[in-house]
Design a protein around this ligand. Structure first.
Ligand code: NDP
Length: 454
């Protein structure tokens, strides 16, 4: 079967490993590749519900339980018309390694439903979530598999999914993360992926400038306008940066003077009702007071100017090789991925070349790969599981502090592994190679110890 997205994710990991000294130093790790690339289990199921017109609809549901050597399967649910097994295998495979970089006990998985929720009522979304969980509830549990949200699955959907699980299983347990604050959720979970992305980028800036620069005064281009993009943008603004773009599946908005936090609050409330940026820009007063440019059918990358930092936060393969060249040409120094596999292989090659051929750290382009840069969400999901087990709630300060610590630790691990194992690593280490090598070693060691590989 052709699985292009999965193949792309697999090849990225393999090429990092092959281009390192890991297999020379420790030949046993080579044995792990064919084993870890096959999911422990794939569940595919029929989901059927009655739509608002009284008609029956059917869609394909999935859960890929990829690897449980390091803990219960953990990874989001994506509800989107593009969902298929190739996309979920790529996301699940990526998740195994990402989760290991959090330092918490979590395996990797991913799931979803091939459905377009746009235009459907709250009631119908509830029926879809209940129908989906009717089958999924047989296969998950707080010590087995703990899903969370992803594209198309936010707080509302997690609520319906959790309610369905609770009623089908007669069990209130921490089986999903991203829950509501008054029923088992963690403070900072909604913010975590976006905030964590900014903390990771801050660590990149610190490293490249020897602690001399920060987000203060930096111009930042962001794509997407969902959960990850919104909180990344808010944190950038809080740290003194200027957010010059956001986007959705229909187009992008550009603001030379900076998108404001009030505008982001409006986007946040309108997106729950599936409004497009085009509609939001024309309907909300924050956009008439503070004008932005709307460009239909375009990604923001080649429409922004004098940008220092790029944070893709929408979907996979949203930065092409040509767009990456445009970033480098205009002096972008930091690219960190909120979205999973945001950059194409061609784009990653452009960024990595601009790093390895640079005269020094300040001239390099630093590329933060998704399995490291966007792990803040799953990290706080891990903290939500810990709080659920203890039946307590931590303060937002404590969760935020933990999140920062995890992102900085992860950055340091990426640097250390790159220096230790990559051939070009010592002067300007590759974060993509460092992330792949560090996480591969952690997962492999757990698999050896437990007899998954022998
Ligand atoms: P949301 O559903 O909240 O937002 C997705 C955003 O991306 C929306 O603006 C959407 O536009 C846009 N988008 C979706 N598909 C496309 C497409 N094919 N082309 C262009 N734009 C598109 O999702 P999240 O913010 O949660 O997720 C965004 C990315 O971050 C994904 O890659 C996800 O895997 C990754 N991620 C998410 C985590 C989380 O905690 N939520 C954790 C780690 C990674 P529109 O509004 O028009 O649909």
């Amino acid at each position: 079967m052709s699985e292009p997205e999965f193949q792309q994710a697999y090849e990225e990991v393999v090429s990092s490993l092959e281009d390192s000294t890991l297999f020379e130093q420790h030949p046993k790790y080579r044995k792990v590749l064919p084993i870890v690339s096959v999911p422990e289990r794939i569940i595919q199921f029929r989901v059927t519900w009655e739509n608002d017109k009284g008609e029956q609809e059917v869609a394909q549901g999935y859960r890929v339980q990829y690897n449980s050597a390091k803990g219960p399967y953990k990874g989001g649910l994506r509800f989107h018309p593009s969902v298929n097994l190739s996309i979920l295998k790529f996301l699940g495979f990526e998740q195994i390694f990402k989760n290991s970089l959090t330092g918490l006990d979590m395996g990797g998985g991913k799931g979803g439903l091939c459905v377009d929720l746009k235009g459907r009522s709250n009631n119908e979304i509830r029926r879809i979530c209940y129908a989906f969980m009717r089958e999924l509830s047989r296969h998950i549990g707080q010590d087995t598999d703990v899903p969370a949200g992803d594209i198309g699955v936010g707080g509302r959907e997690i609520g319906y999914l959790f309610g369905a699980y609770r009623s089908y299983k007669n069990s209130w347990e921490g089986v999903l993360t991203g829950k509501g604050l008054n029923w088992g959720g963690s403070l900072i979970r909604p913010e975590a992926t976006g905030y964590g992305l900014v903390y990771y980028t801050q660590a990149m800036i610190d490293y490249a400038t020897n602690g001399k620069e920060s987000f203060e005064g930096k111009r930042v281009t962001i794509s997407g306008s969902g959960n990850v993009a919104q909180y990344a943008a808010l944190k950038v603004i809080e740290l003194g940066g200027t957010v010059v773009s956001l986007s959705d599946s229909k187009g992008c908005i550009i603001s030379e003077t900076g998108i404001t936090s009030e505008q982001i609050a409006d986007i946040s409330s309108a997106k729950v009702n599936f409004k497009s940026l085009e509609q939001i820009v024309s309907e909300y007063s924050t956009f008439s007071e503070n004008k932005v440019q709307y460009i239909a059918g375009a990604r923001p990358w080649t429409h922004v100017q004098k940008v220092d930092i790029a944070l893709p936060c929408a979907t996979q393969n949203e930065v092409s090789g040509e767009e990456a060249k445009a970033f480098v040409a205009q002096g972008v120094k930091f690219v960190a991925e909120g979205s999973n596999m945001g950059s194409t292989p061609e784009a990653i090659a452009v960024f990595e070349t601009a790093r390895s051929t640079a005269a020094g750290p300040k001239d390099a382009v630093w590329y933060g790969p998704p399995k490291a840069a966007n792990l803040g969400g799953v990290a706080v999901s891990g903290l939500e599981m810990a709080q659920n087990s203890q039946r307590i709630t931590w303060t937002s300060e404590r969760v935020d502090q933990e999140l920062k610590r995890i992102m900085i630790n992860c950055f340091n691990e990426c640097i250390d592994s790159a220096k230790k194992y990559t051939k070009d690593g010592n002067a300007l280490p590759s974060l993509v190679k460092g992330a792949n090598i560090a996480s591969f070693i952690k997962v492999s060691d757990a698999m050896f110890d437990q007899g998954d590989v022998f």
